[in-house]
Design a protein around this ligand. Structure first.
Ligand SMILES: NC(=O)C1=CN([C@@H]2O[C@H](COP(=O)(O)OP(=O)(O)OC[C@H]3O[C@@H](n4cnc5c(N)ncnc54)[C@H](OP(=O)(O)O)[C@@H]3O)[C@@H](O)[C@H]2O)C=CC1
Ligand SMILES: O=CCCC(=O)O
Length: 293
């Protein structure tokens, strides 16, 4: 199967390498074109523009930072819309809101193309290992056709129905994850300030009912103030913001998520946006001046 791939950041690079490793022919494009070089060394071809990739490939996957990037790659000059047509499928795996996804879906459908949103749960390592969880929604026929690619990229795919459902499900999952990371960070700070060993706290948490892979993998680096980016903090804050907007639309009160979003915003203002999202720990460590007022 020949596929196009737009966006070679942390996730896109790992996913496209994985497809190449499993015998797919892959044509890549990235806004910063030099990022394609490593993929070429592994057998990929390069398309000069998103339109050039769409022209060449029956199926094209996108993995882009946020709604603005996802829209730009489709609607701007040399974008996807210039070449999408009947018989071609576009699969956007970026984490965006349902409105963004619907705009893209409508434009592609108007040109005769097929659209699937397919955001993923799982980070850099699961992307490298083909262990993502794929949350797809849109045209079922396209979903069925690209299952061989999803089987390489992920350990499990869900088809969630109409466009928007995949985006919403992904935002709900990441809202929970961001809130958990904040509670975990507060626990680490509280342990330290109470004169307890943070490592012992990690050991205890890992043996009980709140043990989970995220705390286990990120905890040891966090207590050393190390945050190598797997999931950049700026993207987690984007997801909290989009999840809170979904809460607004549905009149769901989410004070825990709102507080977590504030902490991620504070971390961004401290210049931590390109670190892993566990760097919110650094923001949580700073005493809250407003509490003294
Ligand atoms: N990292 C993770 O653990 C996970 C991330 N995600 C989601 O996947 C998506 C990608 O994440 P990740 O790979 O970590 O992000 P990165 O920041 O590493 O990569 C972002 C990609 O988007 C491109 N991009 C940004 N702005 C534009 C634009 N205006 N036009 C065209 N391309 C643009 C970048 O190009 P350039 O190289 O030129 O900057 C780059 O290829 C995000 O939506 C994220 O929320 C989902 C699951 C896990
Ligand atoms: O969107 C990012 C998800 C990261 C993860 O699932 O670990």
């Amino acid at each position: 199967m020949e596929v196009g791939f737009l966006g070679l950041g942390i996730m896109g690079k790992a996913m496209s390498l994985n497809l190449l490793r499993h015998g797919f022919k892959v044509t890549v494009w990235n806004r910063t074109l030099s990022r394609c070089d490593e993929l070429v060394e592994h057998g990929a071809s390069v398309g000069e523009t998103p339109a050039a990739v769409i022209k060449k490939c029956k199926y094209t996957i996108a993995m882009l930072s946020d709604p603005s990037a996802a829209l730009s790659v489709v609607f701007d000059k040399d974008g996807v819309l210039e070449e999408i047509c009947s018989g071609k499928g576009y699969i956007d795996m970026s984490t965006v809101d349902a409105d963004t996804s619907s705009k893209i879906s409508e434009a592609i459908t108007e040109k005769g193309g097929y659209f699937l949103e397919a955001p993923v749960s799982g980070s850099k390592k699961p992307a490298e290992d083909g262990q993502l969880v794929i949350l797809a929604a849109g045209v079922k026929a396209l979903y069925d056709e690209v299952i061989p690619a999803f089987d390489v990229l992920g350990k499990k795919s869900f088809f969630l129905g109409k466009v928007g459902n995949g985006a919403k499900m992904k935002l709900v999952v990441n809202m929970i994850m961001g809130s958990m990371m904040n509670a975990f960070s507060e626990g680490l700070v509280l342990a330290e300030r109470s004169g307890l060993s943070q490592q012992t706290l990690l050991d205890i948490v890992d043996l009980g009912g709140i043990a989970n892979p995220m705390f286990k993998q990120k905890g040891p680096a966090m207590i050393q103030s190390k945050f190598p980016p797997a999931f950049p903090l700026k993207h987690q804050q984007k997801d909290m913001r989009l999840a809170l907007a979904l809460g607004d639309e549905n009149a769901v009160s989410m004070p825990v998520a709102a507080a977590a979003n504030e902490a991620f915003k504070k971390a961004r203002s401290l210049g931590l946006g390109d670190n892993d999202f566990s760097a919110v720990y650094e923001a949580v460590k700073i005493p809250d001046c407003s509490a003294d007022a």
